[in-house]
Design a protein around this ligand. Sequence first.
Ligand SMILES: *[C@@H]1O[C@H](CO)[C@@H](O)[C@H](O)[C@H]1NC(C)=O
Ligand SMILES: *[C@@H]1O[C@H](CO)[C@@H](O)[C@H](O)[C@H]1NC(C)=O
Length: 315
Amino acid sequence: MASQLNTYEMANRSRPSTPRYKLPAPSRRHWLILSLSLVLLLLVSIDACGAVFRRANSLGRRCSPLVADTDTAGAGLKVAIVSFSEESRRGSRRRSFQGLMEMVRGNKMAYADKRGYDFVDAGNMIDKRRPASWSKIIAVKALLPYYDWVFWNDADTLVTNSTISLENILLAATGTTDFHSSPDLVLTEDFTGVNAGLFFVRRSKWSVDFLNTWWNQTAFVRFGSSKSGDNDALKHLIKQLPPDELRNHVRIPPMQCIFNSYPWIPTWKTALRLFSSPSTIWNGAYSYGDFMVHLAGLDEKTRWAAEILQELKED
Ligand SMILES: *[C@@H]1O[C@H](CO)[C@@H](O)[C@H](O)[C@H]1NC(C)=O
Ligand SMILES: *[C@@H]1O[C@H](CO)[C@@H](O)[C@H](O)[C@H]1NC(C)=O
């Protein structure tokens, strides 16, 4: 042991005699190789995250409290699933919604048929004076008198697990099957705040007032950018509700994946988000078995929709 130590010390002591000017070249190369390998390792692990998220539910993630279908059997809710697609060419081509409605309509109609809901394509209700996305407010408001609940669906969404009923989702989210004591607005939060892509509105005076106020947020209307402003207006309204009103009328379930899962794809942007808010990303990442997928923020939406529809067919 002692002799080994001595040899080591001797080796170390002999070091300073090595000419210093020889060091830089190889050491710089080593650093380069080391950093490149680290970057590569990071890229590979970020890439692997996508596969892990896809299996989040089998790894134990729970998107909603377990609700037996028998618990909702008496609910007998009259529900409309409402959607439309902006078919105009405004905005970026890659983010385009063109052709999406044609692709997702069958999926939504099949789900509505199976469960006894109505599916409504509200394409004829779009108010051309604002970016189309704002007209979801008009569409929901127009249908509300005829239904207990209206479930708004952006066109870049698909039902991915049709064994789950909306009654089940609503009971899990609100904790009640009593229509009259239920909250009026059920929506989810992503890493930016509440999301206006998928939400439930109950038929009530409060809901109509809320929808009117939302439509009235004209200062948020944006033209020609990727943001139309309706979601920002909703965030603003929710943020400034008095706590009492928020508690009584709005419900935001803790798990985004209860009905609004986003596919997670590895990019620098999504990787940074993952590092800054891992639990939010985990709660919202699309996994096999989730109720719905929402292609939020993704380019080439029709390609994504086709891919997911194909996956569902293979199941
Ligand atoms: C919407 O704005 C108009 C004009 O400013 C106002 O008269 C109306 O009361 C507002 N409605 C709601 C519900 O805020
Ligand atoms: C659909 O959801 C149910 C209830 O959460 C779950 O038991 C089932 O495994 C899911 N289906 C698929 C194909 O993952």
